[in-house]
Ligand binder design. Structure first.
Ligand code: SF4
Length: 166
């Protein structure tokens, strides 16, 4: 997995304060993307054990209880998905109570086996590409109306999309 940055305190990408990890590389190239600098797979840094430890050790820094948001870029493309699985598994192992949010340009019904594995370790999935014609600045956690904020546990239990009540 490659990433572009880790933000210690982020209030724009989650409910409350989150630590956010911005993965690097995106195959979708949505028109109007607000984050084109994360498209290039040759940019960014390799996510190492030191970065993982940084997240584990600092997620509650200064006694602030943070959740984790993973954005991009595309966290669930083949180049990044294994790293995302390891990170989420590790964080949930240490902090089961923490919520993990993941944003992806793929839609959950089309997930392959690897992408589905991520669902075992996360709480909220925001899926779908950004669509400029559907852009909406007033909706929570999303950039366009087609994107869905999915309650992952309920999705797995019921095998149908249950949107999070925000
Ligand atoms: S999926 Fe996200 S990062 Fe990738 S092009 Fe679309 S909006 Fe940009």
């Amino acid at each position: 997995m490659k990433f572009s940055k880790i933000k210690q305190n982020d209030i724009a990408n989650g409910i409350g304060i989150v630590m956010s990890l911005w993965t690097q590389g995106c195959p979708h190239h949505c028109r109007g993307c607000f984050n084109v600098e994360t498209w290039d797979f040759d940019e960014g840094k390799e996510f190492t054990i030191n970065d993982l430890n940084f997240i584990i050790e600092n997620i509650d820094k200064n006694n602030i209880k943070r959740n984790l948001s993973i954005l991009g870029g595309e966290p669930l493309c083949p180049q990044n998905v294994d790293g995302v699985i390891s990170l989420c598994k590790e964080l949930k192992g240490k902090y089961p109570e923490k919520m993990i949010y993941v944003w992806t340009g793929y839609v959950v019904e089309d997930f392959n086996e690897n992408q589905r594995e991520v669902l075992n370790y996360i709480d909220v999935l925001v899926d779908g590409k950004f669509e400029e014609e559907e852009k909406n600045l007033s909706i929570v956690l999303r950039g366009s109306n087609n994107q869905r904020v999915i309650d992952v546990k309920k999705y797995l239990e019921n095998d149908k999309i249950i949107k999070l009540d925000l």
